[in-house]
Ligand binder design. Structure first.
Ligand code: EPU
Length: 302
């Protein structure tokens, strides 16, 4: 979709928004899949309500993009604009055991920055690609921890009320890969409270998680992490593996040989290829195990 309305184009600079016309979402997602649209890069949180009112008044559809690491975007020209936050400098400010982090901050860099300042707890998230906002929205977790445990405050744009709000940690519920945020809420910043730990100890934990991840996940390949959520008490990866589906492919969309719940783009996979593969694997798991797998990956398909 192209921003054509002169009223919108003229208002963008004043709102601190940079327009990048015809951006390929394949270049902004870890799967390397996705069509093109105009990208609006937002530098001022305070301008968001006005920007969105403007887009809504002209009935222009839009979506919020985080780090693009848990996302499967449709092919060809996309029927909505994409909005993305630009992270300020600095994007992490520490105060005692609290870290005030911008939603656009890189998750891995946040974990290591806090570690260097003797703040731990997030070791398990090392190696999870994406932004802090994305991790927050879906309560990212690994190796027995989840980011929600450390959240004390969240600044967000509440789409339903059309305004910026600050929520306290106890106003938000964090479950397995799920939060009480509405799908159209936009994460802006988070305050984390982290346990004090000596850097050397945190680094040991980080190394262990890195090794486990390297041994079990296809890190060098284009993927969106796990495709399906684990059903209660079971592992989606193990079930897919037990069916002998590693290596199954539709075009260049392929079930990873290393971890069966990772589907990789081994070349020029399209969204159609990936969605066909996902549907096929889901159906086979349902037939054999009687389990309906839920997507973990977010799908933006027209
Ligand atoms: N397994 C297989 N074959 C496979 C993959 C896994 O037999 O191809 C077995 C493993 O041997 C293990 C069990 O299944 O006994 C569980 O596997 P793993 O430890 O890799 O964990 P997982 O349940 O598949 C979850 C998260 C990952 C997270 C890891 C580590 C989900 C859907 N997945 O994977 O998160 O990195 O634990 O904590 O919750 C993600 O969210 O995108 C993600 C990858």
């Amino acid at each position: 979709m192209r921003v054509k309305d002169p009223r919108i184009v003229a208002a963008l600079p004043e709102l601190g928004v940079e327009l990048r016309p015809g951006t390929s979402l394949a270049e902004l997602t870890s799967l390397g899949i996705g069509g093109t649209t105009d990208l609006l890069r937002i530098t001022k949180h305070d301008a968001i309500p006005e920007l969105l009112n403007l887009l809504d008044s002209e009935a222009v559809p839009y979506k919020f993009l985080g780090g693009g690491s848990n996302l499967l975007v449709g092919d060809h020209e996309l029927p909505w604009l994409v909005l993305q936050l630009v992270s300020p400098d600095p994007d992490i400010v520490l105060e005692g055991r609290f870290a005030q982090v911008d939603a656009a901050a890189d998750l891995g860099r946040t974990v290591t920055f806090c570690a260097k300042n003797d703040l731990g707890g997030m070791e398990g998230l090392i190696g999870v690609p994406g932004t802090v906002g994305g991790a927050l929205r879906m309560n990212a977790g690994a190796y027995g921890m989840q980011i929600g445990s450390y959240v004390r405050q969240v600044k967000l744009y509440r789409a339903a009320r059309r305004r910026l709000e600050t929520l306290e940690g106890d106003q938000i519920s964090f479950e397995y890969r799920h939060t009480s945020f509405a799908p159209d809420d936009m994460m802006l910043a988070v305050k984390l409270e982290l346990p004090s730990k000596p850097y050397r100890e945190i680094i040991k934990g980080i190394r262990i998680c890195n090794e486990k991840r390297r041994a079990s996940q296809p890190l060098g390949q284009k993927s969106a992490g796990c495709i399906f959520k684990n059903p209660p008490g079971a592992s989606a990866g193990r079930m897919i593996d037990e069916l002998g589906l590693k290596g199954l492919h539709v075009g260049d969309a392929r079930v990873s040989d290393r971890h069966a719940n990772f589907f990789v783009n081994a070349g020029k996979a399209s969204a159609k290829d990936m969605l066909t593969l996902i549907a096929d694997v889901r159906e086979r798991v349902q037939k054999s195990f009687g389990v309906i797998l839920d997507h973990e990956v977010v799908v933006w398909n027209a």
